[in-house]
Design a protein around this ligand. Structure first.
Ligand code: MN
Length: 446
């Protein structure tokens, strides 16, 4: 696990004034991303600081970095973070330490750098954020045990959790081509649907469009095919975290998913938050994995590591907000419909990676994992509408007077993640946002 150092010091403030007290991006966070500056379509590597973005290439050009920090800053000039991820933790940590020092209000470079800040800082609101990496492969897990139980109960009331669940991290291979950055509109998909009572399927727009609240996990250094990553080394291969909304068409899913898992119900769009929150940034928010109770099986040895059990879980509050045409019309704020926590993951991130490579499967820098939907044990924290509305049977009532069973056109879904502790400065992930556009009816054979 990443160590605590001066970059986590709660007394450290930045000369970038908007960073101090910023809910997501104080100087203790320093997330990595890819952006285009105003009026320029070039992709550049950057670090979020308050309401601003530090341009790493511009900072390297004025000799802000040396050694490993310089190599790290230069690695992002390719317009994605894959090469930086491939360099591994030491380079990423060196870059963090140096950027923290550069932006520190009491740092030895503060006066010199703040004088020329116009050359290296951009207002984030004027920039475009992109996917941070070329995503080779995307895997979605199912590590939220309360979600697995809730959804299982809808399909199998007597036997909600399948017997393999507590032994093996369940997952499936997703699709990387349709992963989009926060803000990209999401088109309501069409597909083959079959209502339970219908005799045969039809083709049309989904009527049961849903979100899934997930933690995204960025892979750093990969492994060679045939060489599993042992759980004791798994952290060294994690480059960071994001929020992930695994948009799901439940009526397509329920008809297509057996026997080999979801397919077109999931791969029309997956939205991620664009900033990569590093393992160093979340180091103060590591906690023990929730202990298994007496009757639960102990994981097999390749999934067990004492240190990982002691400090391998994350303590992040996760929230889902809905904004609807009715809320907008009445000038109401987005309404929070769920609050959950990464504490509700049944498997740690290290267990997911150790399992994924346990058969010799190789992962590569810039691969992305989804945790699976994370739900709290009670209805105020369910991470998808199919759970919150009990399969669409019990609609959510919104402050606008509207009801929602599933998402409607014009609805916006915002996911947020924030830390919660008094001992350290709060950090957040930035928004993971998407708005539903109407689908277009497609006529085949016309
Ligand atoms: Mn999912």
């Amino acid at each position: 696990m990443a160590q605590l150092d001066e970059t986590h010091d709660r007394k450290r403030l930045s000369w970038v004034i908007s960073a101090n007290g910023h809910a997501d991006f104080p100087i203790q966070n320093l997330p990595l991303g890819i952006f285009s500056p105003p009026g320029n379509s070039e992709l550049r590597g950057g670090i979020a600081i308050g309401d601003m973005i530090l341009d790493l290439t511009a900072a390297a050009e004025i000799e802000c970095f040396k050694g490993e920090a310089r190599e790290a800053a230069e690695a992002v000039s390719s317009g994605n973070l894959n090469d930086l991820f491939a360099l591994g933790p030491a380079h990423r940590q060196a870059l963090r330490k140096r950027v923290s020092e550069l932006l520190d209000a009491k740092g030895r470079d503060a006066e010199r750098i703040s004088m020329i800040s116009g050359r290296i800082l951009h207002r984030a609101v004027n920039c475009t954020l992109h996917l941070p990496a070329r995503i080779g492969d995307y895997t979605d897990f199912y590590a939220g045990i309360h979600h697995a139980t809730n959804v299982g109960r809808i399909f199998r009331p007597d036997n909600p959790l399948l017997p393999n669940y507590r032994h093996i991290p369940i997952g499936y291979h997703g699709r990387s081509s349709s992963i989009v950055p926060s803000g990209t509109p999401v088109r309501r998909p069409a597909g083959q649907l079959k209502a339970p009572a219908a005799a045969s399927p039809s083709f049309g727009l989904t009527q049961r469009l849903d979100y899934e609240l997930e933690l995204g996990i960025w892979i750093g250094q990969g492994n060679l095919i045939g060489k599993p990553i042992p759980i004791s080394e798994a952290d060294q291969h994690i480059a960071g975290f994001c929020l992930l909304n695994d948009w799901s068409a439940r009526d397509i899913q329920s008809w297509e998913y057996q026997p080999v898992g979801p397919f077109l119900s999931k791969n029309f769009s997956t939205t991620i938050s664009p900033w990569v929150i590093t393992p160093e940034a979340v180091a103060p928010f590591r906690i023990a994995q929730y202990p298994r109770s007496e009757g639960e099986p102990r994981p097999l040895p390749y999934l067990w590591n004492d240190r990982d059990q002691r400090e391998g879980a994350l303590d992040l509050d996760l929230e889902v907000f809905l904004m609807t045409p009715g809320l907008r019309e009445k000038r109401l704020s987005p309404q929070r419909v769920a609050i959950a926590s990464t504490r509700h993951m049944y498997w740690t991130v290290a267990q997911l990676l150790a399992h994924h490579t346990s058969n010799g499967c190789n992962v590569r820098p810039g691969d992305l994992f989804g945790s699976g939907t994370i739900s709290a044990p009670t209805a105020s924290g369910f991470g998808s509408l199919i759970e919150t509305t009990a399969g669409g049977g019990q609609p959510i009532r919104l402050e606008s007077g509207e009801e929602r069973r599933f998402l409607e056109d014009g609805d916006e879904v915002i996911l947020r993640a924030r830390t919660r502790t008094d001992k350290f400065v709060q950090i957040g992930f930035g928004d993971c946002y998407g708005k539903i556009r109407s689908g277009e009816s497609i006529v085949f054979g016309a």
